[in-house]
Write a protein that binds this ligand. Structure first.
Ligand SMILES: *[C@@H]1O[C@H](CO)[C@@H](O)[C@H](O)[C@H]1NC(C)=O
Ligand SMILES: *[C@@H]1O[C@H](CO)[C@@H](O)[C@H](O)[C@H]1NC(C)=O
Ligand SMILES: *[C@@H]1O[C@H](CO)[C@@H](O)[C@H](O)[C@H]1NC(C)=O
Length: 416
């Protein structure tokens, strides 16, 4: 979401000076936890800086090995406390996308990754599709989206030829969502309208399941209030078979930015959050302002019984992963995202792990680290390679807060 706003130099309102008593731990931890400095005369914002102390002789607690334990003990919280250990992978940098994009969408069909929309900057949104070919490892075949189609936070899914596109945010900054829906024939590159959603949604979970297009959760029109509504409509080969959307059982927890995956006739929703940036009241440009967010790692599943079941949660809360997953060998593989904000600095914290959810054992694990932490990245899998492109990356290995909107494409050989 819209941390690009902050990247543009805006200081967070919630930045607060918090004095941390490090007590008996002394100088070693002071080096790790302090120092707050003001970076602006008008509105102070605080960042940590390391003091030039040697830490080698102190047995520091393993900050990143246990998320819940680390979080409980706020005294020990480094900025990178949320990182989980995982194998380093060998990454290969590929050709970058024609444009950087944040909060875009992506759909893989065979060896092609269709990459849609997204913010270029907080004030500029894309209204076209770029295509990456996993066989030739090149970008090409750009084409336009319909003028009425949302530019970010879309719901999107494919049946292997047709791409169904529902709702999403229309316009830059923190404008609200539109109810418009479309279907794209990827063979002919032709777009058609579908019946609009009953009400607009922002970043809803979207999947095809048992011949029906399902749309659930997301935020309501204000971009913030979690929606729990769930609708479906029958579709086949790019055609809508019903006049209107059917109301289905509400999702147990609402909110935007989760992954939604169908494997072996079961529908899973993974992670997400409640709350998001909202437009400032009366702002003519719908200027984004940050609000409280609760990120979660909940996993819910629908099967034959048509009742939501709760499955084991992710290793840590994770959001901004709607197109950051692939299915490989009966596992869901998920890359990056955002986790809960830092409890002391309140800054947004990006995720740098690749998670595996094994569907036979329902076990989660960390199968590797990304080259950097990144949110709303767009993932694909081809010929043994895991790819990701786009999103917003961190400020560096020691600072997991969001900064640059990227177009980079990377790949690594996955071995599960
Ligand atoms: C993490 O720490 C919590 C609280 O100390 C503990 O209950 C839990 O078992 C730990 N988990 C792991 C995986 O070590
Ligand atoms: C992708 O590239 C390969 C190799 O150049 C080519 O044979 C293939 O047709 C391309 N795929 C599509 C869908 O254009
Ligand atoms: C998936 O399973 C096949 C067959 O066991 C194996 O050859 C392949 O390496 C696996 N793929 C990954 C990414 O681990």
């Amino acid at each position: 979401m819209v941390r690009a706003a902050a990247a543009a130099g805006k200081h967070r309102k919630s930045a607060k000076f918090v004095f941390i008593c490090v007590g008996l731990l002394g100088a070693a931890l002071i080096a790790d936890l302090l120092w707050a400095t003001s970076s602006s005369s008008s509105q102070p914002s605080f960042t940590y800086k390391s003091l030039p102390l040697k830490l080698n002789s102190f047995p520091l607690p393993p900050l990143s090995s246990n998320y819940s334990a680390a979080k409980k003990d706020v005294r020990f919280l480094s900025k990178t406390f949320a990182d989980l250990p995982g194998p380093q992978l060998e990454w290969e940098k590929m050709a970058p996308a024609p444009v950087p994009r944040l909060d875009g969408a992506a759909i893989q069909i065979k060896d092609q990754l269709f990459v849609f929309a997204g913010y270029g900057t907080i004030d500029l949104v894309h209204s076209h599709v770029d295509i990456y070919n996993f066989t030739s490892n090149t970008w090409g075949g750009r084409f336009d989206m319909p003028k009425e189609m949302a530019h970010s936070h879309l719901g999107m899914v494919t049946d292997g030829r047709y791409i169904y596109i529902v709702t999403g945010q229309y316009g830059p900054q923190c404008r609200g969502p539109t109810a418009h829906t479309f279907v794209l024939d990827t063979k002919t590159k032709k777009w058609e309208d579908m019946p609009p959603l009953p009400v607009p949604r922002y970043a809803p979970a979207t999947q095809l399941w048992r011949g029906r297009l399902h749309v659930m959760g997301g935020s309501k029109e204000d971009r913030y209030t979690p929606g729990v509504d769930h609708w479906s409509i029958a579709v086949k080969d790019g055609k809508v078979l019903e006049k209107q959307w059917r109301t289905e059982m509400p999702i147990p927890r609402g909110g935007p930015h989760r992954a939604c995956v169908v494997v072996n006739d079961r529908l899973y929703t993974i992670g997400g959050q409640e709350g998001d940036f909202m437009a400032k009241p009366n702002s003519p440009i719908f200027k984004c302002s940050r609000r409280n967010e609760v990120v979660y790692g909940d996993v819910y599943m629908l099967d034959d019984e048509m009742k939501w079941k709760v499955l084991p949660s992710m290793p840590k809360p994770d959001s901004h992963i709607e197109f950051a997953w692939v299915v490989v060998n009966n596992s869901i593989i998920l890359a990056g995202g955002t986790t809960e904000k830092h409890p002391v600095t309140k800054k947004m914290v990006l995720v740098g792990e690749i998670f595996q959810f094994q569907l036979d054992t329902l076990k989660w694990s960390v199968v590797g680290k990304l080259p950097y932490r990144v949110k709303t990245t767009l993932a694909g899998f081809w010929d043994g390679w895991f790819y990701f492109t786009s999103g917003q990356r961190d400020r560096g290995p020691d600072d997991p807060t969001p900064k640059k909107v990227i177009g980079e494409m990377w790949r690594t050989k996955l071995s599960l």
